[in-house]
Design a protein around this ligand. Structure first.
Ligand SMILES: [Zn+2]
Length: 452
């Protein structure tokens, strides 16, 4: 019954004069090669090393060379420096330090915290774009204030931290026009302090941050309650309405029903497509909500500062392994230990992150001032936009189209100039415009605003 379904899907586009292009852009073998360089062995060795610091609680020891958050941070910094050296020394490494005062909640004394941040500068000084991938280095047990007990944090969030490290290793010697940043943030479990600090800094320093990828709990393919396994899919959580939306923007959003098209959601759709291109069948499942129930994450402060930011989390979580004292109860082992992690799964999840970063970095910047013209009552769609002011000049563009009730793009229409006149009604579809280069690298899509 495949054929009739396909006909049904294409029926709304019957009026399109333009020749339909394949729904996905071309895959770049160079990106695939980098994705395939990610090593499950490295990921496992790095998690085991992180666990060896005993606890990485934000309030734990910073002086010991072998135990506590201080030793762990220094180790990540030294690894970043090694990758930088092996990659020709262009990647810079810094301790992004800041002090958090007692907050009456989860910080009981002034704490000097540090995000470990590596930066691979772009080769084009005129390209202001920045892409950031993150994991959180801190860990915890049942009592969020317990900074003494062993808190291995193998999966939460050793998995995200080592994913970031492995991407830095693979990419340190590569050349991209724009800047890539790799960060292990601190203070997540105490109140998103590291990411909050970095998001504020990004805003203050005027970073043109086009994508923030938060990886938190991405290395376990087996969930409990109920028992469930899935090593073929990774969840991508994204906000549909921007956290920093103004009342004026809310008015426009209600008018257009664009509650499913925030920049973070467009980024999530881009990730889903990057996974289809480079994931060897591994899927990025779009979750149309900003996070899971009862939980928050490091992408949230970036959303609040107005940046496109998403959260990656494994398909099924095992809550007996998260935020738990190491113990055995009724025959079940509790605690966030290495045993039970799935490093082949973590490797595929890292691949989706790398593919996203490389595909975004190699594509031209997204078009700007994208508008749908609504001056006349017609059954056509007129779109116009401008070339991006930064990065490599696009050689062409694509218009992405979907029905208003469809979750994902259904048509992809190549366009040579900066306008499009489509023989389908703007009333019945949602549009996005993306930039493309001669090799076929395609940017994230931009939702048009109403123009006249
Ligand atoms: Zn976490």
């Amino acid at each position: 019954m495949k054929f009739p379904v396909l006909l049904l899907l294409l029926a709304p586009f019957a009026a399109l004069a333009q020749k339909p292009a394949p729904l996905l852009p071309l895959a770049d073998p160079a990106i695939q090669k980098l994705v395939d360089e990610i090593s499950a062995k490295n990921l496992e060795a790095d998690v085991r090393k992180l666990v060896s610091f005993g606890t990485r609680h934000t309030l734990s020891d910073t002086q010991s060379p072998t135990r506590g958050i201080g030793a762990a941070r220094n180790w990540v910094r030294d690894e970043f420096l090694k990758y930088s050296k092996a990659g020709g020394g262009r990647m810079t490494v810094e301790m992004d330090t800041f002090t958090i005062k007692p907050d009456g909640r989860r910080i009981n004394r002034p704490v000097l915290m540090a995000n470990v941040l590596a930066t691979l500068p772009g080769t084009d000084p005129a390209d202001t774009r920045v892409i950031l991938v993150s994991g959180h280095i801190d860990s915890r047990v049942s009592d969020v204030m317990n900074a003494i007990a062993d808190a291995p944090g193998a999966n939460d969030d050793g998995s995200g931290t080592v994913l970031v490290m492995e991407l830095a290793r693979v990419l340190a010697g590569q050349k991209f026009p724009c800047t890539l940043k790799f960060v292990a943030v601190q203070g997540e479990e105490q109140g998103l302090y590291g990411s909050g600090h970095l998001a504020e800094r990004a805003k203050k320093e005027g970073w043109n941050l086009i994508a923030m990828l938060n990886n938190d709990i991405v290395g376990n393919s087996h969930g409990f309650d109920p028992e469930i396994s899935d090593d073929k899919r990774l969840r991508v959580f994204s906000e549909g309405v921007p956290a920093n939306e103004t009342p004026e923007q809310a008015k426009v959003r209600r008018q257009l029903s664009s509650e499913n098209d925030a920049p973070s959601r467009q980024l999530a759709r881009f990730i889903n497509r990057a996974a289809q291109l480079y994931g060897h069948g591994h899927q990025a499942v779009l979750e149309y909500r900003p996070d899971r129930f009862l939980r928050g994450g490091d992408h949230t402060p970036f959303n609040q500062q107005g940046f496109a930011a998403v959260r990656f989390t494994e398909m099924n979580e095992d809550f007996t392994h998260q935020h738990q004292d190491l113990r055995t109860e009724k025959g079940r082992a509790y605690g966030d230990v290495v045993e039970g992690m799935d490093f082949a799964y973590l490797r595929r999840n890292a691949g989706i992150n790398l593919a996203t970063m490389a595909a975004l970095a190699l594509a031209p910047a997204a078009p700007v001032k994208v508008e749908v013209l609504t001056a006349n009552l017609t059954n056509r769609t007129e779109l116009r936009w401008q070339a991006p002011a930064t990065g490599p000049k696009p050689s062409s563009y694509v218009v992405l189209v979907r029905e208003t009730s469809a979750p994902q793009w259904q048509q992809r229409i190549p366009v040579s100039g900066t306008t499009a006149d489509l023989s389908i009604s703007k009333d019945n579809f949602i549009f996005g415009v993306a930039s493309m280069d001669a090799a076929g690298h395609e940017s994230v899509a931009v939702l048009p605003v109403v123009g006249r």
